[in-house]
Design a binder for this molecule. Sequence first.
Ligand SMILES: Cc1cc2nc3c(=O)[nH]c(=O)nc-3n(C[C@H](O)[C@H](O)[C@H](O)COP(=O)(O)OP(=O)(O)OC[C@H]3O[C@@H](n4cnc5c(N)ncnc54)[C@H](O)[C@@H]3O)c2cc1C
Length: 393
Amino acid sequence: MSQLTSSSERIIIVGGGFAGLSAAALLAHSGMPVTVIESSKLGHAASTLNQGWLHSGAWFAKTNPQLARDCYRSLQQTVKFCPECIEPDLGTMIYCSLSDQSDEHEWTQAWDKAGIPYQEVLDGEFNWELPQISRDKIAWALRLPDLSFRPSVLLSKLATMAHNAGAEIRSGTFVTGLLIEDQQVYGVRVGADEEMLAKLVILATGANSSEEFAPLFQEIAGTQPDYQLICLKTHLSSIRPGLSADPFCIVDGSGFNHLPHEDTSVFGAGRWEVVLNANETHVNEKEIEIIERQLQQIFPKGFAENVERHDWAGTTVQAMHIDQIEPGIAPLPTIVDHSTEPCGVENVLSIFPGRATLWPHLAERVRNTVLEKVGTSTIETAQPPWSLEAHTV
Ligand SMILES: Cc1cc2nc3c(=O)[nH]c(=O)nc-3n(C[C@H](O)[C@H](O)[C@H](O)COP(=O)(O)OP(=O)(O)OC[C@H]3O[C@@H](n4cnc5c(N)ncnc54)[C@H](O)[C@@H]3O)c2cc1C
C-alpha cells in the first residue's frame, strides 16, 4: 500500500545540483514551503564534476550579448553571496590569441557591447611562471573578470541558505515518477511506495531528466515539441601539482582553457559533443589527444616527471527551443512550463541553468515563474542576499 507524505501546498524540487538548490534557496527565502529531493549526494553530478570556471560571459559575448551580460551579473552576485567559493590568491582570466588571424577588435567590441570590462596585459605581467611559455607566441592578451571557483563550497552555502529558510532537504532519495490526474501533476512518487503531494513540482534533474521524465518532452500525436533536451558531453584533464596562478582561455578555435584550483590545473578544449544519454561519461581518447596537442603547443618542453594526470568526461543537459542552434555555443538558462508544451501537463516545470555560473539568474527567473503560477499572496519578494541592488541602496 502506498504511503502519503507532505502537504499539497508544498513545492517539490527534484535534483540537488545548482539548479535545484538555488531555486530552493530563493523560494524558501520567499516564504514558500519547499522540499528538495536528491537521489544521491547534493551536487554529485555535473554541478561538481565541472571545471569551476565562473564565467564573466566574455566567451559568449560574440554569439549572445544578453547571455554575456547575464553571466557577468551572475558572477558579481556569486562573489557577493559566497566570496569563500572563489579560489584564493589567483588572478582573473587572461583571454589571448596565439594567432594574428583572431581579430582583437571583434572581441573587444563584443565585450564593450555586453558591458564586460577588460584590461591590457602588459609584458612581464604574465603570472604563468613557466619558462616554457614564450610571450612571443601570443599575438594579443587581455585580462577579463572570469574566476576560478569551488563548486562544492557554493553548493553547500546554497543548501545552508535553503535549510535555514525552512526548506526540507532529502538526499539519497530517488523520485521514480510524477503523480498525474486529469493532466495535472499533484506530487511525486518516491522509491517504490511513497507518494508526496505538491502544489508544484520543479524538475532540476540535469542530465538525468532525459530518462525518468522523458515523456514530458516527447512528441504527442505528431506535434513537434517546443523544447528538446540535448545532452552534451565534454572532456577535462587535470594536472597535479598545478602550473600557473592565472586562468587563461585561448580564443582561437573552440577556446582551449585552463582553470587553476588549489593544487591542480584543469584544462578543457572547449569542445561539447551531443550524446544520446547522460550515462555516456566514458573517456574518449581522441578528445584527450586534442587536449594533449594543445598542451604541447603551449608548453613545448613538457612538464616535470612527477606530474600526476587525471582525465574525465561529464555530461550536462540543455533544453533547446526549436529555433535555437548549435548546442554548447550559447548555453541558455531555460524554464520549461509543461502546461504550455504539447503534453499540456499542469503544475510541473523543468529547469536548466545552461552553465553553473548562471545559478542566480535562473533562481530569480524560477521565482518569477512560480509567482505567476501560484499567485503573489503566498510569496514575498524580499531581495536575496546576493542581490546587487540591495548592496547599492
Ligand atoms: C564536464 C563539465 C564541465 C563544466 N564546466 C563548467 C564550468 O566550468 N562552469 C560552469 O559555469 N558550468 C560548467 N558546466 C555546466 C554545469 O556544470 C551545469 O550546467 C550545471 O552543473 C547543471 O546543474 P543542474 O543542477 O541542472 O544539474 P546536475 O548538477 O546534474 O544536478 C541534477 C541532480 O538531480 C539529481 N537527480 C536526477 N534524477 C533524479 C531523480 N529521479 N530523483 C532525485 N534526484 C535526481 C541528480 O542526482 C543530480 O544531483 C560543466 C558541465 C560539465 C559536464
